[in-house]
Design a protein around this ligand. Sequence first.
Ligand code: ADP
Ligand code: GLC
Length: 497
Amino acid sequence: MKILMAAAELSPYAKVGGLADAVSGLSKALAAEGHVVRICLPYYGEGSNLQNGGEGSEKVFEAELPLRPSRKVKLRVRPSPEPLDALVLVDEPLLFSRAGIYGDPATGQGYEDNGERFLVFSAAAAAAASLFRHLDGFTPDVVHCHDHQTGLVPAFLRHGAAGLRPEAPVGTVFTIHNLGYQGVHGADLFARTGLDSHLMRPLGPLEFHGKMNLMKAGIALSDRITTVSPTYAEEICTPELGEGLDGLLRERRGSLIGILNGVETEVWDPATDRLIPFRYTPGNLAGKGKDRKALLEAFQFSGTGPGTPVLGMISRLAPQKGFDLLLQAIDAIMEMDLRLVILGAGDEEYRRGLTEALRRHPDRLGLRIGFDERLAHLIEAGSDMFVMPSRYEPCGLNQMYSLRYGSVPLVRATGGLADTVVDMDEDPPRANGFVFRQYLALELVKTVRRAVRAFGDRKSWKELMRRGMETDFSWNRSAARYLEVYKAAAAEARRAA
Ligand code: ADP
Ligand code: GLC
């Protein structure tokens, strides 16, 4: 199959969270199976490492996008490292050449023109679906769009002006990575799309309480919808986690499926990871002990003995991730004999709360604010446990990385966390971690206590680690399921044509 991916993030070029890893992992797994995969993403500035690597090898095309008024962009087609076919980079310096991907890294504030930025990006991605027909014969069977930044792509492919609507039918798949971010913009932006006004009528596919909702557009107008875990697919159809779109999602339930993300094992494997000082395998954990030492040194906890568990956290500092719970629980957690190291970037409120907690507990708590890929790998490798008390979690990649790195996950049962972590006391023969259900600080404290106690029994702890490390979370299985979805979407588009 020929697949055009459209996404705002892609590892290792431009990453804010798991979206980048998921798009990369899925694309490579599909390409390794022989499918032709091109990935369209914005040509970001210093906030990415896209600015190097294209010299000489890129083909550059000018495209005039039929928006109102029209907008010129360059499409840079960069042959990408095997097995992918190419990157299609949407180059418009005024919109994309900035320090951050969605917002100013210094203030954490989103860019005010994100509506315009992702409208132009989506139009460019739609244009790219027909661009290659006469150049090298790449006519995608499917355009796979990821999250609200690409929500207008299906609208443009189906209803857009000439130049955005491909001659041959193309299936559209829209993946919800996080319903908590929908891209809601003023209705005035709709005029820029050049789309027919019926789409923006009250209760129409783009209209949301008088505004334009890009996530809603993607859900309403694509042939198939997926989300990143089976449990989250159920949860978003309820008012509790449907974020105001549960009605539409229930309507489209027959076209919605949850497919668990995988782990890109070339990047996240302790046996080959080049970002950690010492490598290890389930059969030989000596390297993990040394990584643990390196991690403790990095946080000035050198004297910590092997009996004291090291807990790790790597996360966007966002309400979704349960930091309010952690901050309520942290004084009680810090009474236990443990070390907790946290790496995170994001909301000011949580930065402040964590910094204050650090002041109270400098001997047991370690904190790094910022985005640091290398430290993230060291935390996975060097920690004994990994904490994810998420309020909701569409999939979550870090618990899967942790399982693979022998850092036993301690999670709240929601979304993909519920689909991947089995509690030690609930189901001992299958257990790979610790799970709590109610979103309460007390439950988090109790679960940490349970885990710390279990850590004391070295034999059963090793067994728990090993079970996690040996679980297969590779992308192959999920990619095969996406392929089924692609076939259904392509067939649907052909039928409609
Ligand atoms: P989400 O996409 O909601 O942020 P995931 O668990 O799916 O959550 O993926 C998060 C990814 O981003 C992981 O690869 C994690 O290691 C990475 N990450 C998050 N915050 C940071 C940070 N401050 N520094 C380095 N990597 C980070
Ligand atoms: C989102 C979700 C996360 C998921 C990731 C990749 O950012 O918050 O749970 O793992 O996308 O799909």
